[in-house]
Design a protein around this ligand. Structure first.
Ligand code: FES
Length: 107
């Protein structure tokens, strides 16, 4: 099972086993990691699952869709070049070693 590390509060690294098929948002919520809310249930309609992809298999991630990009313009924490909606990142075995920093402000 791939392991994903979430950096919460800007400094604490929490590594969890991520079930393939769940999104990076769902893995965080189910493991009570950080401040990810996932208010819309993963439909790219709320921007409360904002993360910054810091390292790992970045090339394995899907491209940012138009809908995701539109919502990333609505995040409370500033959008950066490595910003993603974690609900739009469906976990595969290729995600092993992924490190994401949870945006401090979600709602
Ligand atoms: S959970 Fe709503 S945009 Fe990701």
């Amino acid at each position: 099972m791939p392991k994903i590390t979430y950096i919460v509060d800007g400094q604490t690294a929490v590594t969890v086993d991520a079930a393939v098929g769940n999104s990076v948002m769902q893995v965080a919520v189910r493991n009570d990691v950080g401040s990810i809310v996932g208010e819309c249930g993963g439909n790219a309609m709320c921007a409360t699952c904002h993360v910054y992809v810091e390292e790992g298999p970045v090339d394995s991630l899907p491209a940012v869709s138009a809908a995701e990009s539109e919502m990333l313009d609505c995040t409370l924490s500033p959008r950066e070049s490595n910003s993603r909606l974690s609900c739009q990142l469906p976990v595969t075995d290729l995600y092993d070693g992924l490190v994401v920093r949870v945006a401090q402000e979600q709602v």
